[in-house]
Structures are given as C-alpha cells and as structure tokens.
Design a protein around this ligand. Structure first.
Ligand SMILES: Nc1ncnc2c1ncn2[C@@H]1O[C@H](COP(=O)(O)OP(=O)(O)OP(=O)(O)O)[C@@H](O)[C@H]1O
Length: 221
C-alpha cells in the first residue's frame, strides 16, 4: 500500500472561546488513519469527536499541529487546493445522512461527480455501479423521504465514495439507526474499507462499532 492514502494528525490543538469560557478540546493529539483499516474514535459527548473530524476533513483548521494527507499538508493548503482535496480525496458521511431532499438517490450520488465535471456517460456508469454495490439499484429514483434510514445512509456512503476518495470520515454514521440496520451499514463500510483500501475513520458511542475497529482512539479533553 502506498502512503498516498494515509491521513495523519500530528500534535493537533484546538480550543474554542476565551478567558474563563475557553474550552481546550484537542490538546496535542496524534492520530494516523491508515489505508484499508477502520479507525474508530470514541469519547463522551463534548469530547471533541466532531472537532477532530472537521479538522481532519479540512472543514476547520487546528490552532497548531498539522494534518497530512499522504505527503501533503492539508491543514496549510491554500483554499482552492483544500477544496480540490476535499472534492477528490476525502469522502464524508454524516449522522443525519446529509442528503439533498429534492434529489433522488441517484442524483444525490451524482452530485460529487458533477462537481468534478465528470462526463455524463462516466457519471451514469459510476452511479449505477455504486447503487448496485449498495444494494439500492431498485431505489435509484426514490427521494430520501421515500427511503428507510438505513437506505438513506447507504446513499450517503455511496455519495461519499462517488469521486473515488482515498479517505472516508464518518461522524456517528449509525447513531440514527436501529441496532440491526446500524450493524448492516457498518458491515458495508468495513467491507468497502478493505475492498478499496480506504483510510476510514468513524466516530461513535456504539460498542458494536468499537468492536469492529482495527484501531480505537479514545478522546477525553
Ligand atoms: N464552533 C465552536 N465554538 C465554540 N465551542 C465549540 C465549537 N465547536 C465545538 N465547541 C465545543 O468543543 C467541545 C467539543 O465539541 P464536539 O462537537 O467536537 O464534541 P463531540 O465529541 O463531537 O460531541 P457529541 O458526541 O455530542 O457530538 C464542546 O465543549 C463544544 O461545546
């Protein structure tokens, strides 16, 4: 496996607020999310899981420390380059699925491919392949409101993978799902991680997710 897909945080620090209201959320955290493996981040509510995901995904910058995507310093990349890396190299999966309600399942998956200016035939082929892989071929034309929670999260995962990223960051992806559905969504994410050599990070409160991890990082600020 090359180093191109690993995502590392080195000495990450992030605080919010000032004076007595100041909260030191990350205080020198080191983390390496390796290709083909599931890294799970746990910690009670407020421990900084979302803060970490936002920093690793380039949505927020650390106060100090660095985020490295392969050999590139993501945390210091100029805005344009950061947007490009986020579009092409990093897939994000959200607790509330984050689907666009007026677009069908297929159209939601297509969004990153349109942003990447992929040509229509390749776009269609990629969307069909992902729908098939997610077991959603029959639901291509359904709106999110016509899908179950588990199906919506499968669409969310397909969308995250559409542009063939090397890294997947999922912030509590199973929190809205019942246990059985959560287990099947997690199975899918683990299988895709192995199959595609993805560097996958999942935050969770769920012991079942922790049990599947190759690496567990416990946050307590
Ligand atoms: N933009 C912000 N401004 C001020 N404080 C913030 C901001 N973002 C996060 N915090 C604070 O940082 C701490 C960590 O928040 P974060 O959302 O990362 O925790 P979490 O572990 O994801 O929690 P949960 O499990 O509830 O989602 C909390 O005390 C929160 O109030």
């Amino acid at each position: 496996m090359t180093d191109g897909g690993s995502l590392r945080g080195v000495s990450l620090r992030r605080s919010f607020g000032t004076g007595v209201g100041r909260v030191d959320v990350l205080t020198g955290l080191d983390i390496a999310v390796e290709p083909g493996a599931l890294t799970v981040v746990t910690g009670r509510s407020g421990a900084g899981k979302t803060t970490l995901v936002n920093i690793l995904g380039g949505l927020d910058r650390p106060d100090s420390g660095r985020v490295l995507l392969g050999d590139e310093v993501l945390s210091e990349a100029p805005r344009e380059r950061l947007l490009e890396l986020r579009r092409t190299r990093i897939g994000m999966v959200f607790q509330d699925f984050g689907l666009i309600p007026v677009l069908t399942a297929a159209e939601n998956i297509e969004v990153p491919l349109r942003l990447a200016r992929e040509e229509p035939r390749r776009r269609d082929a990629r969307v069909a392949e992902l729908l098939e892989r997610m077991g959603l071929s029959r639901h291509a034309r359904h709106l999110p409101s016509q899908l179950s929670g588990g199906q919506q999260q499968r669409v969310g995962i397909a969308r995250a993978l559409a542009a063939a990223p090397t890294v997947v960051l999922a912030d509590e992806p199973t929190a809205q799902l019942d246990q059985e559905t959560a287990a099947s969504v997690l199975d899918l994410l683990v299988d895709l991680t192995r199959e595609r050599g993805l560097a996958t990070l999942v935050t969770t409160h769920d012991p079942l997710v922790v049990a599947r991890a190759d690496q567990v990082i416990h946050l307590h600020h």
